[in-house]
Write a protein that binds this ligand. Sequence first.
Ligand code: 8YV
Length: 331
Amino acid sequence: MKPAVVLYKPLADDLRQRLDAHFEVTEIEGLDEEHVKKYASVLEKAQGIIGSGGKFDQKMLDRLPQLKVASTISAGYDKYDVDALNARGILLMHTPSALTETVADLLMGLVLSTARRLPELAERTKAGEWRENVTADWFGTDVHHKTLGVVGMGRIGMALAQRAHLGFSMPILYNARRRHAEAEQRFDATYCDLDSLMAAADFVCIILPLTDETHHLINRERLAKMKASAILINAGRGPVVDEAALIHALENHVISAAGLDVFEREPLAADSPLLRLPNVVALPHIGSATHETRYAMDATGVDNLIAAFNGQVQENCVNPQVANAAGTGRS
Ligand code: 8YV
C-alpha cells in the first residue's frame, strides 16, 4: 500500500502526477485552524505531509500521530519545532538550493531600489511630477564600489557577494558563525565581527534564518552603530530585526533607508509605520517568488518526500539523524 500523504498547496499537474505515483494523496486547502479541524481524520492517518506555511508545533504534531516525513516547500523551517520532530523520529525535508540565485537577485534589487530610490521616483514620474531635469532632491546614492556587509554567509550570501563584488565592484565584509574560505578567496570577502560590520558597511544585508540566537539580533544598539548614510536590507526572516527599533532608526535618520522583504508579522499590517516612511522599500516576501523558482521548489519538495520515504536523506534533510527511528527504510 502506498503511504498516505497530505498535500496542502496546489501543485502543477506533472508534479501532482509524480506525487500520486508514489503516495495516496489527499489535497487540502490549507493548514489554518479551520482546515486542520475540517480534515482532522485525514491528518490523523497521514504518514507524509507536503506544502509550505503552517505551524508545526507540538499541538499540530499531536494531530499527526502517524507522521514519518514532513516536506516543507521552503528553505526556512522556523515554523517547525525540530526538537519535537526529533523526539518523534519525524524527518524534515526542505528546499534550500532551489531558491539561492533568485533570492540573491531580489537582494540586489533591494540594494538598487533603496540606494537609487527606484520605487519612489517611478511613482513620482507616474504622478506627472517630472516636469524638468531632476534636481538634487531626486538624487540617490551610488551602489558600485560601496561596501556591502553580508550577515549570514550561506548559499544566498555567497550568491549576493558574487553579484556585488564581481558585478558592482563592491568590497565585501561578512559575518557568519565561521570563516568562509571560498568567500574570502573568490570575492575577497573580509570576515568581521557583527558590530564592526554594522559600523563599516554602506549596505548591511541580513540573510539569516530565524533561531533563538538570531531573534532581534539587529536591535537598537546595533542599528545605532550603522553610518547615517547606510542602508539596511532584510530578506531573511523578519524577527531577526527588531522592527520597532528599525522604525525608530528610520524616523530619526539614524540610518538612511531600509529595503525589506520580510517582517515581524506577515502580511505586514496596512497601518505599519514602515509603509508611510519614504525611505523604506517594502516588498511582500517575494524573495523566491518567480514562476521558475517556485516550480523548482515544488519539484524539490516532491522529490524530497519520495527520497525520504526511500530512506535517502543525504540531501535537503534537516535532521538526517532520525532516519532510522523514522522507519522510512535504509538511511
Ligand atoms: C517563501 C521562504 O516564504 O523558502 C523560504 O524559506 O521564505 C520563501 O521561499 C515560501 O516559504 C515559499 O512558499
